[in-house]
Structures are given as structure tokens and as C-alpha cells.
Design a protein around this ligand. Structure first.
Ligand code: NCD
Ligand code: ZN
Length: 332
């Protein structure tokens, strides 16, 4: 059995910088025709100078692969002039609540105090990409943040808002309430629950923000992805950390999936008899929602078993050592 995917896109990726960038960028670019590159470096990508520098770094690391990096700025209190200057170089601006996740200390303390920036983004048609978690109890953070999404979607009806890496039934329901809300969902949140992270021996390689939730949350996410919901896109949130930052006291949040995303999804969609919907979930919806035209590539997946490598350089991928039933045979 085989499956052809045209120009798959990963709408949420962490590429990092320096040596890590050189390891992970080619792994994404080998399978994907484009992707949204997140700006949470230290220091963050929050000026035109840093954005242009980072764009060059990413292009250099991607090398000869046909891959369009869709760049983002790290949200702060930008002026209109800054937004106008950045617009041709970005796909959107990523908002992190301060301290919500890896490298987000410079994020926003009070989201709703930034309405003047959202108004300018709405006027200039710059999408807002959001890490939607409050500072409440860890399992409730996303559900609580849904109130903020509701307020923003109502106050700025023409602002295109992406709820990044949704993990709850509550967020799935919100998608149907507001036309201007869209969302990404990760392969891992379609596959695991909190039990896989902490129900038995603690598994640091499945620890990420937002943390995996309850079975009913996973089921709601999976149903929306398989359907496939027209405003839901695949965004892997592939977030590499070196092994010593994961297998340690004080484990860094982030799951590395970049090289195994398409095989994982082929296996999952096949299991649910929904392989025909995978193209829409991993490419078509993103193209329509962001109006992007990535390079034309074809990925041929075959139903042949693959053992997930133990490590890619210093990074341990999700489910290292496991056998999965699909692999990428060819990209043309
Ligand atoms: C991401 C990272 O490591 O940059 N970590 C994560 O757990 N997902 C940041 C993020 O997207 O939250
Ligand atoms: Zn992320």
C-alpha cells in the first residue's frame, strides 16, 4: 500500500539556532515543502533586523531542499511602522504569555492590554498566532485561556487568530463558534494522553507544553483531524532539546517529531480509515487559510515498517526505538 502527499506543510516548528538548527532544519525540509518557524530564540526574534538574520540562517540550514520557511515575529508592543515594515517578511506574529513555555520569559504579561496592537494587526491583515495557556493549574490552562480567545475573536472579527497546538475538547468546540479562529494540532496530541507522560514511569520525551490531557480531549482532537475540520491544520510543534536537557531533573518542555510526522500520521489515519483526508490536514487547509503557495513536491509513503531511530545527533525523538508501520519512501 502507498500514499502520495502533495507539498505537505508543518504549520508550527521550532528550528532553534546554531548547531541545533543545522541538525533539525534539514530533517523537516526533507519531508515538508514549507512550515511556520517559531520565534522563541534567546533573545527572541522581535525586530526586523533579527527576523532577516534568522530568515537567512534558516535558509542556509535548509540548503538545497525545496522548503519555504514561513517566518514569525515574537509578539511585543510593536508600533504601526514596525508592523508595516515586517509584514512582507512574515506569515504572522506569535504571542506567548510570559513564562508559559520554553524561552517565553519575554512574552506578554496581560494579553488583553495589547488591544491596540491587535487592532493594527487586524487592519494590516497580519495573522495572530497564540500559545493559549493561562498561568492556572496545568490541566486547566488551555480551557481557561478559551475566554481570552473568545474576547479576541469577538473584539477583532477580521483578525485571523490561530490557536496553536490545541489540546482540549474545549478548544475544538471554540473552532466552530468563531469563523476567524483556526487551529493547529500536533501528531502527539492526537496520539497520547497524560497517562503516557506520567501514568507509569515518567517519560521526559513526551513532556511538552501544553501538556497532553485526558482521553476525551484526545478523542475530540482526533475526530476533528480525521473529519478533517476545515480550520484545523497540522502543526507538529516539533521542539528539539538535547538529551541532557530532557533526561534530567528539571526536564525541558518539547517533543521532537520532525522526521517521523508523516509516517505517524499515515499510520493513525489508516487505522481510522481516513487516509483520504490526510492531504487536507497536512497541506490543503494551511494553503487556503494562510494563502500560501509552497513549492510543488510529492512525498510517497509506503506501508513498510520502520524503527524510529534512538537519536538524531543529541536529540531523542518521540517513541524512539518503536516500530511503526509506514515510512517515507521517496520525495520528488
Ligand atoms: C516549545 C519549545 O521547546 O520551544 N516547547 C513545547 O513544549 N512545545 C515551545 C512551545 O511551543 O510551547
Ligand atoms: Zn511550539
Amino acid at each position: 500500500m502507498e500514499l502520495l502527499l502533495r507539498s505537505p506543510l508543518d504549520m508550527h516548528i521550532h528550528f532553534r539556532q546554531d548547531a541545533m538548527l543545522d541538525v533539525v532544519a534539514p530533517l523537516s525540509a526533507a519531508h515538508f515543502a514549507g512550515g511556520v518557524i517559531m520565534p522563541n530564540l534567546i533573545p527572541p526574534v522581535d525586530s526586523l533586523d533579527r527576523l532577516l538574520w534568522y530568515t537567512n540562517e534558516v535558509r542556509r540550514a535548509v540548503g538545497t531542499h525545496r522548503f519555504d520557511p514561513y517566518m514569525t515575529l515574537f509578539f511585543r508592543d510593536y508600533t504601526r511602522e514596525e508592523l508595516v515594515a515586517a509584514k512582507p517578511h512574515i506569515i504572522g506574529i506569535k504571542l506567548y504569555p510570559a513564562g508559559a513555555t520554553t524561552n517565553s520569559d519575554g512574552g506578554v504579561k496581560e494579553v488583553l492590554s495589547m488591544k491596540h496592537v491587535f487592532a493594527m494587526m487586524e487592519e494590516l491583515d497580519i495573522p495572530l498566532l497564540v500559545h493559549g495557556e493561562t498561568h492556572g493549574f496545568v490541566l486547566d490552562r488551555e480551557r481557561e485561556f478559551c475566554e481570552v480567545y473568545r474576547t479576541l475573536a469577538t473584539a477583532f472579527p477580521r483578525l485571523r487568530i490561530t490557536m496553536e497546538h490545541i489540546t482540549t475538547e474545549a478548544a475544538v468546540s471554540l473552532l466552530d463558534e468563531f469563523e476567524n479562529l483556526r487551529a493547529t494540532v500536533t501528531p502527539h496530541h492526537l496520539l497520547i494522553t497524560l497517562d503516557d507522560v506520567a501514568g507509569g514511569m515518567l517519560n521526559p520525551h513526551l513532556f511538552c507544553k501544553p501538556i497532553a490531557k485526558r482521553p476525551e480531549d484526545r478523542d475530540a482532537l482526533l475526530a476533528a483531524a480525521l473529519r478533517p475540520h476545515p480550520r484545523l491544520m497540522m502543526g507538529s510543534d516539533s521542539a528539539p532539546h538535547p538529551i541532557d536537557k530532557k533526561e534530567s531533573a528539571g526536564c525541558a518542555a518539547g517533543i521532537f517529531t520532525a522526521p517521523i510526522i508523516l509516517p505517524l500520521l499515515a499510520e493513525l489515519f489508516e487505522k481510522h480509515d481516513a487516509l483520504v483526508n490526510l492531504q487536507a490536514f497536512v497541506s490543503d487547509h494551511a494553503r487556503l487559510l494562510y494563502n500560501v503557495e509552497p513549492p510543488t513536491t510529492t512525498v510517497r509513503l509506503v506501508k513498510e515498517s520502520m524503527i524510529i531511530p534512538e537519536q538524531y545527533e543529541s536529540v531523542v525523538p518521540m517513541w524512539a526505538g518503536r516500530t511503526i508501520s509506514w515510512r517515507v519512501a521517496e520525495v520528488s
